[in-house]
Design a protein around this ligand. Structure first.
Ligand SMILES: [Zn+2]
Length: 902
């Protein structure tokens, strides 16, 4: 019997695929064996990726998982191409996030950072970091990330700290870093300045309060005049130092130059004309609070206005707030409005949408405050970064992000880099208590560089975390030292990350790379989208829809997770993670396993070589077809990966392996293996070679199952280890598309045979023919008699037919036969061979009667006015649909009946 497989020779491939048993073993093998280290190749360019450093506080989430999956696919592909491939891993010290975590721990212990002091606090954070750093690393190992751990870096390690110092001092010396008073985003919870990018603006319903200020009367003026302003933050009224109007606003021409009297405080404040005022907002006159609003700050600079800070850094009103001093800012708002109302100074309160700024970390409402901070002048750095994209040195995938990148760089603001934290790179600036000058230095200093006084103190603040990570592509390679790695691997190749940090990180790396090394830090930016849930919603703890990648790997295996992430996404677009797809891809891993197991068993006795792709000789149409398909697949997958279309590449491999190889060729091989020794040898060779090539194509996507199977494939071959193409699949040569094997004729002819078989199978299912029953078959095949003659055994086996009767043409179509069409081929299945006609007619009649009964029932319902008028329209509509469905059903059944001659 054909179906029986030869089991006399045991293969060692276990019955079922167990990811847990395989994954750890191979990761250890690769890592210990040095497979993740670069291998110099003089004939090829290096391929380098710096992994976006995950926060050291972090636990692996899907964002990391997709980043690591995409990068690992590219890295494994280039490694197999023979490139000098390096993937640099590392972690970010994550200033605010890490400090917050440790502060919470201290709070639990009943103490805080101020009590234990700076040194002890930093020591405590280091302890925590040493304890938790390995967690995120090991989770990346579980994902199969083939990065070179011997080159792992941390943004706070010695080398990177040196790079940060070098950059700070250099930019300072170049006049690109300065200290100044500016309005910054202040988080009263984190007690730190935060950058514009760390503020989430959320449209929130608030109020717009119209307040009128009395004008200081002119001499002889008896009636009090007022000027009205509108504000969404009434508590800042207390800090007003002017009222401003647009210089072109005719309504206020006469009041410019006069003074208003600030309610409650009594301060006389000037009415000034300034172009920044939007005459269409509110009353056209705006209050000016230079200490609490960025626009007002600028107006204040232009008109030389004092800055009165009424809200403190802790969010509590200051002494300047007069009677409101000591109140929380929001309580002060409420009470002040009440008091103004009592004074009859509130003319109107209306609902108003406010783009409320909240701290990304603590969700606290941001307070714009004036503070002395360090800034980087960005325009001189941004200009060359714009040029890099404009002149094609840097490519962004997908291209539509060019505009996002350009717009941001063209409108860039100076970057506030100081943070009021203790965890991070401390600002390398010392202030002299004797002469008042600053010393900015690469090395720690003990004396003022101006007057040599030792009465100096270092700036208390640390640098923004991004101030270290923007150096990542070269600081990780040893810069500012000129190391071998820097010379060999800089510039890197691809920066792959989520589109959500294009500003925070990607564009800043481009700026620093060009500024400090004179060249773009990578030639391609590949941006992936966010992973959302099955409904397309953002995953969040509050929605309880977070999928934990670790749990997915535990349950379905790492390869299933990786393949799902890779094939669900297209560059730059958000993707949905559908649980059914993870299960589907777990099944794919099992399919690979089972098919491979079968192939190894089947070929064990015959020929167990693994011929090279150009060595296999096709004997049959199916052989030519599968080798042609493989060549085409290899060509496509290579092109798609080069174009970063990883999802499509994965889908094509899946389709080929599952359908062409497993569903068709492996089945066909069962027939071909019945032939003579020569045919058996040839078929076995093709089975094993196509498996080998498929495993190689699939390896970057599903590294574990492929490595395991590949070893079995070669262990069961007649080759000894020295003859293997590589010591492991991870470094096996990437398949070379055998273009000569592409065979349009074979694809066309075999495609027709497949269609014939599929039609017959569908027809059998339709009329419920017992699976084991062989049915008679007549076919009108035109000029292709010879081809179909040769393929008859396949059709017999795969469609379970008797030997097909082939005709070039038929004058009269067979009666009492089911007729099908596959391309130009007419297929006739004599009904007597398919089924008992009498019984089938009986069955059809029964079904028709059932449908008629249902129609009568629904018609009665629809005729009932009571139902039609009271039921919801969609319920009535559903009944009407039922009617249509049943009518169509009767139509089909009657046609079938007529076909059977009933
Ligand atoms: Zn000094």
């Amino acid at each position: 019997m054909i179906e029986q497989t030869n089991t006399t020779t045991e293969t060692t491939l276990p019955k079922a695929y167990d990811p847990q048993a395989v994954e750890g073993k191979w990761y250890h093998f690769w890592e210990e064996g040095g497979y993740f280290k670069p291998r110099p190749n003089n004939t090829r360019k290096p391929f380098v990726i710096c992994m976006p450093p995950p926060n050291v506080t972090g636990a692996l989430h899907l964002g990391h998982a997709i980043t690591a999956t995409v990068e690992d696919i590219l890295i494994r592909y280039h490694r197999m191409l023979g490139d000098d491939t390096l993937w640099v891993p590392g972690e970010d010290h994550a200033g605010i996030a890490t400090q917050t975590v440790v502060e919470r721990l201290l709070a639990k212990e009943g103490t805080d950072r101020h009590k234990i002091g700076r040194e002890a606090f930093v020591e405590r954070v280091w302890q925590w970091v040493h304890q938790y750093k390995s967690r995120i690393q090991n989770q990346h190992r579980r994902l199969g990330a083939s990065c070179d751990w011997s080159r792992e870096r941390f943004t706070l390690d010695e080398g990177l700290s040196k790079a940060v110092r070098e950059v700070f001092v250099r930019l300072y010396e170049e006049g690109l870093i300065y200290r100044g008073e500016r309005i910054i985003n202040w988080c009263p919870q984190c007690m730190s300045a935060i950058s514009d990018l760390e503020v989430n603006h959320v449209d929130t319903l608030g109020t717009l309060t119209y307040v009128r200020y009395p004008l200081k009367p002119h001499e002889g003026e008896t009636e009090t005049k007022y000027i009205s302003v509108a504000t969404t933050r009434p508590e800042t009224v207390l800090g007003d130092t002017a009222v401003a109007v647009n210089p072109n606003d005719a309504r206020y021409k006469d009041v410019v130059g006069r003074f208003a009297i600030l309610p409650i405080i009594g301060r006389e404040i000037p009415i000034v004309a300034d172009g920044a005022v939007d005459a269409s907002f509110g009353t056209g006159a705006v209050k000016v609070t230079p200490a609490h609003d960025p626009t007002d700050f600028e107006i204040g600079v232009r008109h030389n206005l004092p800055r009165v800070q009424v809200i403190g850094f802790n969010g509590v009103m200051t002494e300047e707030a007069g009677p409101y001093a000591g109140l929380d800012r929001f309580e002060a708002r409420k009470r002040l409005v009440e008091e103004l109302q009592q004074l009859n100074l509130v003319t109107k309160i209306e609902d108003y949408m406010v783009p409320l700024g909240r701290c990304q970390r603590s969700d606290t409402i941001i307070e714009p405050l004036v503070s002395k901070q360090w800034f980087v002048k960005m325009t001189p750095l941004a200009t060359p970064a714009i040029g890099a994209v404009k002149y094609g040195q840097l490519k962004i995938i997908p291209e539509r992000f060019n505009k996002t990148y350009m717009d941001w760089l063209e409108n860039i603001h100076d970057w506030c880099i100081s943070r009021q934290l203790w965890w991070g790179h401390r600002i390398p600036v010392w202030y002299c208590d004797t002469c008042g000058e600053m010393t900015v230095s690469r090395e720690d200093v003990t004396a003022c560089s101006h007057c040599e006084s030792t009465a100096i103190h270092q700036d208390e603040d640390v640098l923004d975390t991004w101030f270290s990570s923007w150096l990542w592509p070269f600081s990780t390679l040893g810069w500012p030292e000129v190391t071998d790695d820097l010379l060999r691997f800089y510039p890197t190749s691809v920066m792959e990350t989520g589109y959500d940090i294009i500003f925070f990180w990607v564009s800043r790396m481009v700026m620093s790379g060009i500024h400090f090394l004179g060249t773009v830090p990578f030639h391609t930016i590949y941006l992936h989208g966010l992973v959302r849930d099955a409904k397309g919603e953002k995953m969040s703890k509050s929605k309880n829809n977070v999928i934990d990648p670790i749990e997915v790997m535990d349950q379905y295996g790492t390869d299933a997770l990786r393949f799902t992430l890779a094939t669900s996404s297209t560059p730059g677009n958000d993707s949905k993670l559908v649980p059914e797809r993870i299960i589907g891809n777990r099944n794919f891993a099992n399919k690979i396993w089972n098919a491979s197991r079968f192939v190894l068993m089947t070929t064990a006795e015959v020929g167990h070589g693994v011929p090279g792709i150009t060595e296999v000789q096709p004997q049959t149409l199916a052989d030519r077809w599968i080798l042609g398909r493989l060549a085409r697949l290899t060509q496509n997958v290579t092109r798609l990966i080069n174009e970063f279309q990883l999802g499509e590449a994965g889908r094509q491999i899946n389709e080929f392996f599952w359908s062409d190889y497993c569903d068709w060729y492996v089945e066909i091989a069962k027939v071909q293996m019945q032939g003579n020794e020569y045919a058996r040898q040839a078929t076995a060779g093709i089975l094993r070679t196509v498996l080998d090539q498929s495993l190689r194509l699939l390896h970057p996507f599903m590294p574990f199952v492929t490595e395991e199977v590949w070893h079995y494939l070669y262990q069961t071959s007649e080759l000894n280890r020295e003859q293997w193409p590589a010591s492991a699949l991870i470094v096996a040569p990437w398949p070379h598309a055998n273009i000569a094997a592409i065979d349009d004729e074979a694809e066309q002819q075999f495609g027709l045979v497949q269609e014939v078989i599929t039609r017959i199978r569908d027809a059998r299912n339709q009329v419920n023919v017992e699976p084991s029953r062989r049915i008679p078959l007549q076919m009108v095949v035109g000029s292709e008699t010879q081809m179909f003659e040769a393929q008859s055994p396949l059709i017999e086996f795969l469609a379970r037919t008797e030997k097909p009767q082939l005709y070039e043409s038929l004058a009269q179509k067979p009666e009492q036969a089911m007729s099908l069409l596959a391309g130009h081929v007419e297929i006739y299945l004599p009904l007597s061979g398919l089924l008992d006609i009498g019984r089938e007619l009986e069955r059809l009649d029964k079904e028709i009667a059932q449908a008629q009964q249902e129609i009568v029932r629904v018609q009665a319902k629809l005729a009932n006015q009571n139902f039609v008028s009271r039921a919801k329209p969609e319920v009535v509509e559903k009944e009407r649909e039922k009617l249509t469905v049943q009518e169509e059903r009767i139509g089909k059944l009657q046609t079938r009946r007529a076909e059977l001659g009933g």
